[in-house]
Design a binder for this molecule. Structure first.
Ligand code: SF4
Length: 298
């Protein structure tokens, strides 16, 4: 849905806006004040709600005739499309930008019905995402982050499993929110993974470790220098190097080498070695082969 202020700006900046049907005829050529440009027989109030006392409401027959005439005037208006888009946008508090009167050739009731239908459609099915956004969510790095996020809740472990540093992993998490149509300021980790599964970005059988408490993306710090921890209630993160920068291979032991060798010898017990006894000559004409036995060398 378009932003209502932006849509209004686009309408009033239209190069034909001054020729709109509900604009007043210029005073120098008007036969009477308030004459409508779209239909000189109409007053511009025909597009609005008629202000009458409560005990003397506008008769229904008159209202219907007035609205029909105004809608016909809209039909000849050069900014009909822009006007309709603007009138159907929603303000920040969820109201129609123009809840009353005739706008864009529509009555108030039609716009309210359209608003209700949009909301029902939004709750019935997730908004269709553009194919380009879904393709971007399937890149190798973002898939690695999603799979890691399904297995882990701690941001360091997510980053480790995804094979990147924490900051990069958090950045991918925030970008994934936008690609899958979620608000990164409010979306939880489970919402992101659930949406990814709905849209086929994560395989159906992917097991998601439950934890709906954590927001999916880290809020930026005020100074923009570093991201805060994702997990709520935990202290600020000590920035760790990426796991790929951690020292690899065997680390030097703090215990001297001689002490280590003596400890190993003591653990092994007495050493054994292979000895071959001399052949035994029996009285029989049989000479037994040599037999190797292990004897204690100690
Ligand atoms: S579409 Fe109708 S209400 Fe909108 S500017 Fe034109 S005449 Fe006025």
């Amino acid at each position: 849905m378009r932003d209502s202020l932006a849509a209004r700006e686009e309408l009033i900046q239209h190069r034909h806006y001054r020729y709109r049907g509900c604009a007043p005829v210029p005073a120098e050529v008007a036969d009477f004040p308030g004459q409508a440009l779209g239909d000189p027989a109409l007053h511009i109030d025909a597009w609005g709600t008629v202000d009458r006392p409560d005990d003397d409401p506008e008769p229904q027959r008159e209202r219907v005739a007035r609205e029909r005439a105004a809608i016909a005037g809209c039909g000849r208006c050069p900014v009909l499309a822009e006007c309709r888009v603007y009138a159907n946008t929603e303000t920040v508090d969820g109201q129609l930008a123009e809840p009353a009167g005739i706008w864009g050739g529509q009555r108030s009731l039609e716009r309210h019905r359209a608003l209700i239908a949009r909301r029902q459609a939004d709750t019935a099915a997730p908004a269709a995402r553009p194919a380009a956004a879904l393709a971007e969510a399937r890149t190798v790095q973002k898939q690695a982050v999603l799979r890691a996020l399904a297995r882990e809740t701690d941001e360091e472990l997510v980053a480790y499993r995804a094979g990147m540093d924490v900051r990069t992993a958090n950045w991918h998490r925030a970008i994934l929110c936008g690609l899958l149509g979620l608000d990164k300021a409010t979306a939880s980790r489970e919402q992101l993974l659930g949406r990814a599964r709905e849209l086929g970005v994560l395989p159906d059988g992917t097991r998601i470790r439950p934890d709906g408490r954590w927001p999916v993306a880290a809020a930026p710090n005020g100074d923009g220098s570093r991201q805060r921890r994702i997990a709520p209630g935990r202290p600020e993160q000590i920035v760790l190097p990426g796991y790929q920068h951690l020292p690899r291979g065997r680390r030097p032991s703090p215990v001297p080498a001689g002490v280590v060798a003596a400890t190993r010898r003591a653990r092994r017990g007495p050493r054994l070695r292979l000895v071959t006894p001399p052949p035994v000559q029996l009285p029989l004409p049989i000479v037994l082969p040599s037999v190797s036995v292990l004897e204690c060398a100690a």
